[in-house]
Design a protein around this ligand. Structure first.
Ligand code: DAH
Length: 367
């Protein structure tokens, strides 16, 4: 067996010559497989004397380990080479133009959200947020709706059990309106406050103009000497900017909300025909939002002294605004995830809303 050194260099050369993983596997079988060259050598040991068996056996085992190590090292190199080859064929040219037919769209609700934020942002409002899952204190009690208050029935509430309490008053709700963000804002910061709170809201209701999940924007202004005149001026500017009209008739009807006193609903002038709704002209009226002066009990619940500060608040349905502005007849279609619908009513990502650059940008080729 003096030719083991020769055998070693011959086998190492064979391994080095292997050029891909398939050939590598064949080589592995040919060297250390059941009928491989090294295995044959080991089998040949039985013909030797005991002494020779021990000596040659040792050498053969060392050789076998060396060959195994050389095979493993070669395999690693080949794997990297093959991966690199594969990656070279899978390159993506990020400079290629997008495929227009695959272009994403902005949902009308997101669009209205952006428009409302742009308008109130210009007036100096900040965007505030609150949780979708609320406790009853923030959703009801602090808004002047204690347990058993009849106004709670006005909102078909989804309740969520509280694992830590059997008391129904401790159960959570998915917020029925964005008004709880008023309370959370008062708890977190001192006046002057000027916020809008857009977000999801939930009620057990389902037809062409109601879905169990919908969107609202809440508005809240608190400062010294805030009056109904501020509310009217602010909302008038909002509807003009939102409907992109220089003039728009508005009126306020007395209403009732537990969290405002006095409360009002704002209508805008429009023309309703069988086939069309034209906003800003005609002798008909369209209800657009609820509003009022923040009730002293609500200020108190938020830790604000009503003798020192006053405020106004309002709540608008974003989905309803989208239906009116973009002429969408059925609210349920908003949430059906039909790509054809989105292509028809949606907006391209480049139509972003700003007061200076245009709010809806939907007059040209954008849609
Ligand atoms: N939270 C009311 C609702 O969901 C809407 C609302 C009305 C909010 C008047 C207000 C407000 O802040 O002043 O029906």
């Amino acid at each position: 067996m003096e030719n083991l050194e020769n055998l070693k260099s011959e086998l190492l050369a064979e391994i080095a010559g292997v050029s891909d993983l398939k050939a590598w596997d064949e080589c592995r079988v040919a060297l250390i497989g059941k009928k491989g060259k090294i295995t044959e050598q080991l089998k040949g040991l039985s013909a030797l004397s005991l002494e020779q068996k021990i000596e040659t056996g040792k050498k053969l085992n060392v050789l076998k380990s060396e060959i195994e190590a050389a095979l493993a090292a070669r395999k690693e190199v080949l794997e990297v080479e093959e991966l690199n080859k594969k990656l070279m064929t899978e390159t993506v040219d990020v400079t290629l133009p997008i495929r227009p037919e695959a272009q994403g769209r902005i949902h009308p609700v997101s669009k209205i959200y952006e428009e409302v934020v742009a308008i109130f942002g210009e007036m100096g409002f900040e965007v505030a947020e609150g949780p979708d899952i609320e406790d009853q204190f923030h959703n009801f009690n602090a808004l002047n709706m204690p347990a058993n208050h009849p106004a709670r029935q006005m909102q078909d509430t989804f309740y969520i059990p509280n694992k830590n309490s059997d008391d129904f008053d401790d159960s959570y709700v998915v917020r029925t309106h964005t008004s709880p963000v008023q309370i959370r804002t008062m708890e977190a910061k001192r006046p002057p406050i000027r916020i809008i709170a857009p977000g999801r809201t939930y009620r057990s209701d389902y037809d062409a103009t109601h879905t169990p999940m919908f969107h609202q924007v809440e508005g809240l202004v608190i400062d010294k000497n805030i009056t109904m005149a501020h509310l009217k001026g602010c909302l008038y500017d909002f509807v003009k900017a939102f409907f992109e009209l220089d003039e728009i008739p508005v009126r306020y009807r007395p209403s009732y909300f537990p969290f405002t006193e006095p409360s009002a609903e704002m209508d805008i002038g429009c023309l309703k025909t069988k086939t069309e709704l034209k906003i800003g002209a005609g002798t008909d009226w369209l209800e657009i939002l609820g509003c009022g002066m923040v009730h002293p009990s609500v200020l108190k619940a938020g830790g604000i002294d009503p003798d020192e500060y006053q405020g106004f608040a309002f709540g608008v349905g974003i989905d309803r605004l989208a239906m009116l502005k973009y002429g969408i007849p059925d609210l349920r279609t908003f949430f059906e995830s039909d790509i054809r619908w989105l292509k028809h009513y949606g907006f391209t990502p480049l139509d972003f809303s700003s007061m200076t650059g245009g709010l809806s940008n939907n007059g040209g080729s954008a849609r």
